[in-house]
Design a protein around this ligand. Sequence first.
Ligand SMILES: [Fe+2]
Length: 298
Amino acid sequence: MSRFTCKDPVVLDLWHAIASADEAVDGAISTTVLLEDPVAFTRSETGDPVVWTYPARTEPELPADPADHLPVLERYGYVWTSFGTPPPDLFPIPEYGEKDRRNIHAATFGVNVSAPRAIENFLDMGHFPYVHTDILGAEPHTEVREYEVEISEERDEIVATNCKFFQPMAAAASSGGTDVDYIYRVPHPYCSVLYKSSPLDESRFDVIAVFVQPVDQEHVRAHMMLTLLDETSEDTAIRLFQQTIFGQDKPILENQYPKRLPLDPRAETPIRADKSAIAYRRWLTKKGITYGVIPAAA
Ligand SMILES: [Fe+2]
């Protein structure tokens, strides 16, 4: 039996983002909570992040024995760890390494909702005109046009393509309303990567990723990473744009009932626009995820 509070073997074996990379500092110990257990992290003298768990209500101290350290990766500007036996590496985001891009940690948002609800909201274009009015959508352009969803068996991820939505202000660098092309990937039960056509180069995409850290089954920290072709906007303007968007999503997310995502196909009436959500729920069911969801009745 696992020594961790979470008993979901699939979730224990995942990589989880726990902090932006610049929060891991040599000589300082920081703490967070992952899957209900306290986690501490620092950076060693050799520059590698080190992560470990420690008993609640105690001061964390770096364990001398490396066997007491958790698995660790530093990817996409974040420190990732796992409570189980994680895969050798994370899902790829090739754009992150492209030389002419800016990679930005936009923000980490605490939200009182389950990780799967946060991912599902990220996939949902239908709320743009109502929640992000005059930014990511506007009336009367409320229709979610037909798009394609597939589960890539080879990469074990959900991909939604050919998504188009009219956006008055698609990004910090936008100068006016335009039809924006979207591609969504869900390569991890609690992470999603969104590609949207760049306001500066029609042939390429800006990338917005959300890495959701499950604090417990109904609380998350959502880490937002951007990899943009925008070379001119100030970091602060780009961050402020994302913070405005997320500030609009937060109350919607926190009012979701139930906070855990119901996986039973009959639990919430789907509409055509929810195709990616339906695929996501099926995929979680197939994986046997129980943490942060209400599993479908057998
Ligand atoms: Fe939103």
